[in-house]
Design a protein around this ligand. Structure first.
Ligand SMILES: Cc1ncc(COP(=O)(O)O)c(C=O)c1O
Ligand SMILES: N[C@@H](CCOP(=O)(O)O)C(=O)O
Length: 429
């Protein structure tokens, strides 16, 4: 499969080149040249297939033959060695728990998958690759964990100082080895802008191979489509019309869901549930895309003012606003709304959610006010990653899972930077 740049000013390229570059030379995001629907029989029999079989069938057209089938199968087996359970909240709402991986957020799948793809390509590449990643909370930890010790890869994580949770910060600053954390005096969008600027800085790109492990990278983005297939597998026999409410920040996850839909997955509707960072909500009301600086919220990993993947979402709908509108609803919620949702889930349904999942739950409820469907909200991180907020709302202590306990008492290390020039000097040194 070849990929084109959404800025349409760079040559089409292979999967390997798109992964190793991260962003196209014209700064555009890569997008697959075609998306061929899966055989009807695949979806008809999905409940009889394992998660790894589903993932392989769903993603192989994007990757084989550049990664041979047998290698892709083992990458998928390694990546997906944990569960993705759907838990029923009530008659009309379920949640898909995406936090059973090593860093307890949904980013684990994409990070592990991409690390293994790069590891495969590095068997023949002689040059080291520097992976740059901007994080508002969870990507950093997942990438640090997924890429730790991968031969020929150095990882540099940029995170906004004081704007990630304590556990998130520990997860991305405590591993050492080939992982370095840069604490940026700014917001997530500053981190993301610095990363994008580095890709177009000839002084850097002449000296080193840079790539990204954010969802702008197709190998980080595409595997997220598995989640929607795994949900269908579990709910197919119980519910006819399934809609997804996806807590959204950079819009990579919901956009991967829309790829699953293009592959033939019957999804009735998508709901992008946002916190106060409402750039896309405003676009859907005004048809004017006006990115703005992100504001800090208690669902911090969604504090994104200029979501990278919205352009992919538009492409998936042939840049037709009406088509998009009939497939996507958007809502924005305040921190007070989020706290009320955490409390309601706990008190009425005995479910402890995290603030991001709680925003997803609110999106599900709002959609159901005027539509019939079974809505699955994605529970994108484990509540203990936001311990202070969640315990304060539900007034109960929650047990720490082993993955979180393992980092609790570790001392983190980071280097403070404030400008792009400082990032550049660090990389050149
Ligand atoms: C816990 C959590 N929920 C939701 C999101 C938003 O996902 P996306 O950026 O794919 O929209 C993120 C970060 O991306 C996250 O870490
Ligand atoms: N919410 C993310 C921000 C980056 O998103 P990505 O999917 O593009 O990596 C985070 O937790 O860091």
């Amino acid at each position: 499969m070849n990929y084109y740049s959404l800025n349409k000013k760079a040559p089409n390229t292979t999967f390997e080149d798109a992964v190793v570059r991260g962003l196209a030379p014209d700064k555009g995001l890569y997008f697959p040249e075609s998306i061929t629907p899966l055989e009807d029989s695949f979806l008809e029999n999905i409940e009889h297939k394992s998660n790894t079989e589903i993932a392989f069938e769903a993603i192989k057209q994007f990757i084989v033959p550049e990664i041979p089938e047998d290698v892709l199968k083992s990458i998928i087996e390694d990546t997906l060695n944990f569960d993705f359970p759907v838990v029923e909240i009530n008659e009309n709402i379920s949640t898909l728990e995406l936090f059973h991986g090593p860093t307890m957020a949904f980013k684990d799948v994409g990070a592990r998958f991409m690390a293994r793809c790069l590891g495969y390509f590095n068997q023949t590449n002689t040059n080291d690759v520097t992976v740059l990643v901007a994080t508002s909370g969870d990507t950093g930890g997942a990438v640090a964990n997924g890429f730790l010790g991968v031969k020929g890869v150095n990882v540099v994580i940029l995170y906004p100082s004081g704007k990630v949770s304590d556990i998130q910060e520990k997860q991305l600053t405590t591993l050492g080895k080939n992982i370095t954390a840069l604490e940026v005096n700014g917001v997530f969008d500053d981190c993301q802008d610095m990363v994008k600027q580095a890709f177009t800085d000839r002084e850097l790109t002449d000296k080193m191979q840079l790539t990204s492990a954010n969802s702008i990278n197709i190998a980080r983005w595409l595997p997220q489509l598995f989640y929607f297939m795994f949900t269908y597998k579990q709910l197919k026999s119980k519910h006819k019309d399934i809609a997804f409410s996806v807590p959204s920040g950079n819009f990579g996850n919901i956009c991967a869901g829309m790829v699953a839909q293009k592959l033939g997955l019957p999804v009735k509707h998508f709901i992008a549930a946002n916190n106060a960072n409402d750039t896309v909500v405003n676009y859907m009301l005004s048809q004017t895309y006006s990115p703005k600086p992100s504001v800090q919220t208690i669902s911090n990993a969604m504090d994104v003012g200029n979501p990278s993947n919205f352009i992919r979402i538009q492409e998936l709908h042939d840049n037709d606003f009406d088509a998009l509108k009939s497939n996507l609803s958007t809502y924005s919620y305040s921190d007070d709304d989020t706290r009320s949702a955490l409390l309601e889930l706990h008190n009425d349904f005995n479910y402890v959610a995290d603030p991001h999942g709680a925003v997803g739950y609110l999106g599900a409820k709002d959609y159901l006010k005027s539509n019939d469907a079974h809505v699955v909200f994605l529970e994108t991180a484990h509540p203990t990653k936001f311990l202070d907020i969640v315990e304060d709302v539900i007034r109960e202590n929650i047990d720490l899972p082993a993955q979180i306990e393992a980092v609790m008492d570790k001392e983190g290390e980071s280097i403070e930077i404030g400008t792009y020039e400082e990032l550049k000097s660090f990389l050149l040194a």
